[in-house]
Design a protein around this ligand. Structure first.
Ligand code: NAP
Length: 517
């Protein structure tokens, strides 16, 4: 293990950012449910024992969020923004410790973990600014006696269920817009990665977030399902934001139906990456590496099916193979490692099964193809396959690039859209007309052109079809946490009869002014 990762972890403990408990109503709280271990995927060593939140703690988190909600929404957007800015500053101050926590509990190399902390912090910064831009509307009325106003108000208590692959960013991408809007939040992070979310809550509290505004409930997988049911069943919780698998998203949507909660679902993907003949093969390969191999392929927007037009196929594959061979795989703690371990043994087994299926169907691994010790998988390039392979139909979530040749633009659009998912799609071309034509034809929530990296706090992230509902980030991200209220003002142009007006110190000058105008 790199000594600076150990040092940063030690500092995180010394600075009180790591405790094996939940964070509820502004303080660390042991839960009465079973304790569970948080394991470092790079070393298989236990990092921490965490007590799981029991029912009483879940109800307390919801109740404290409801209590804190009224004074929180009554603050001005500017005042809430200032607290978010203070939280952002503390995240920056403790960026090294947070990155070490991410590397240790999730397994991405330290450089990438630092990038995630920056990305996570950028949502807090962005929504600190957006907090003061929640505009209403005045609608011209067809009736001279009426005025129509539209107010946008916080929805109330929100629940957020987050995945393990981006333990910091998936928390702030939900919490920052919710708090900016005037909502309070109860977060339930993944079993594998609760420590980062808990450290963020502690930092939020130190930044001045009042007790109950942000609580984090730790739980193992079994208790998570139970907590999910409690959050969904609670009428006090008015909104659920979930990032994770489509299967669990569908279940949560069903569970939320009786209480008719507002839902935001960021679910799985099956991203096509289309390289046309006119693209520069080296730049396209570079973009694929950025999209495919970061976080060892464990990203919902990772390129999953790489469609390459016949004329550029061989040159592109040569460029991709050279870059893939150069990637160092191993423990996320070792310097120079670009591809760390997968999150756990079932994740590795799934990737192995998908590779085996592709090879059995006649595809070839031109680089890699094998699982390694320590939950790692060789960065792999598979060619010669087709869309019937499991790895073209399912989310791979591992460092395996699957290249499929195509002939014509119309064919690749059909193939790319032939999936129930619709999160991100990528296109490499130098033809402007084609760029627009293809971007419009792709049934995806996001399309990246000539780049493998599209995420940013400033833009609306989200999918269509079975990839989810709603958008996170950007100006749109705060809308999820706001209700629209229409106010109709009647009898606007009829003054009350003079006799009914009692002259008082405060009304007298106004009345005088009105009647003399
Ligand atoms: P997952 O199994 O759906 O888990 C995600 C979260 O849901 C975890 O906190 C998990 O807790 C919790 N959970 C699982 N079953 C639950 C239930 N029955 N009730 C309530 N909560 C439950 O997904 P994952 O395997 O961790 O994450 C990978 C998936 O997330 C991939 O499909 C990926 O594409 C998707 N993802 C999507 C986005 C996006 O923005 N669209 C971003 C990142 C990831 P436990 O861990 O404790 O079980």
């Amino acid at each position: 293990m790199q000594s600076h990762v150990i040092d940063a972890l030690r500092q995180a403990v010394q600075h009180g950012l790591v405790r094996g408990e939940s964070f509820v109503d502004g303080r660390w709280r042991p839960g009465g449910a079973a304790a569970f271990g948080v394991v470092d995927p790079s070393t298989s060593q236990m990092l921490a024992q965490v007590t799981g939140a029991d029912d009483a703690l879940v109800h307390e988190a919801i109740a404290s969020a409801a209590r804190a909600g009224v004074p929180w929404r009554e603050r001005t957007g500017k005042a809430r923004g200032e607290l978010l800015r203070a939280w952002h500053a503390l995240i920056q101050t403790h960026a090294g410790e947070l990155a070490a926590l991410i590397t240790a509990e999730q397994g991405k190399p330290l450089t990438e973990a630092r990038g995630e902390v920056e990305y996570a912090a950028s949502f807090v910064e962005w929504y600190a600014e957006e907090a003061r831009r929640v505009y209403g509307e005045v609608i011209p009325s067809p009736d001279v006696a009426k005025r129509f106003l539209v107010l946008r108000q916080p929805i109330g208590v929100c629940a957020a269920i987050t995945p393990w692959n981006y333990p910091a960013a998936m928390v702030t991408r939900k919490v920052a817009p919710a708090l900016a809007a005037g909502c309070t939040v109860v977060v339930k992070p993944a079993e594998q990665t609760p420590l980062t979310a808990l450290a963020l809550a502690e930092l939020g509290s130190r930044a001045g977030l009042p007790a109950g505004v942000l609580s984090v409930l730790a739980a193992d997988a079994e208790q998570s399902s139970h907590i999910g049911r409690l959050l969904c069943a609670s009428d006090a919780v008015r909104h659920l934001s979930f990032t994770g698998s489509t299967e669990v998203g569908r279940l949560l949507a069903t569970q939320c139906a009786p209480t008719l909660k507002k839902l935001a679902l960021e679910l799985g993907g099956n991203a096509p990456f289309i390289v046309f003949d006119d693209a520069d093969p080296a730049s396209a390969a570079e973009a694929v590496v950025a999209s495919k191999f970061r976080n060892a392929g464990q990203a919902c927007i990772a390129a999953n099916r790489i469609y390459v037009q016949r004329g550029v196929h061989d040159r592109f594959v040569a460029e991709l193979v050279a870059r893939t061979r150069a990637l160092t795989v191993g423990s996320a703690h070792d310097s120079g490692v670009r591809v760390g371990p997968l999150i756990d043994a079932p994740a590795l087994a799934k990737v192995e099964a998908l590779v085996a299926d592709a090879l059995a169907r006649g595809a070839r691994a031109v680089v890699g193809g094998r699982a390694l010790a320590g939950l790692c998988h060789e960065p792999t390039v598979i060619v010669g396959g087709d869309s019937s392979m499991r790895c073209a139909r399912e989310e791979i979530f591992g460092p395996v690039a699957v290249v499929i040749a195509f002939e014509a633009e119309r064919d690749v659009i059909v193939a790319a859209n032939d999936t129930s998912f619709g999160l991100a799609a990528y296109v490499c071309t130098r033809d402007m007309a084609r760029t627009l034509r293809v971007a419009e034809a792709l049934e995806y929530g996001m399309v990246a052109v000539n780049t493998g990296l599209l995420s940013s706090a400033e833009v609306p992230f989200g999918g269509v079809k079975h990839s989810g509902l709603g958008r996170e980030g950007g100006r749109q991200g705060i809308d999820e946490y706001l209700e629209t209220k229409y106010v109709c003002l009647g009898a606007i142009n009829s003054e009350p009869p003079a006799a009914t007006v009692k002259p008082t110190k405060s009304t007298l000058p106004t009345q005088t002014l009105t009647t003399t105008q």
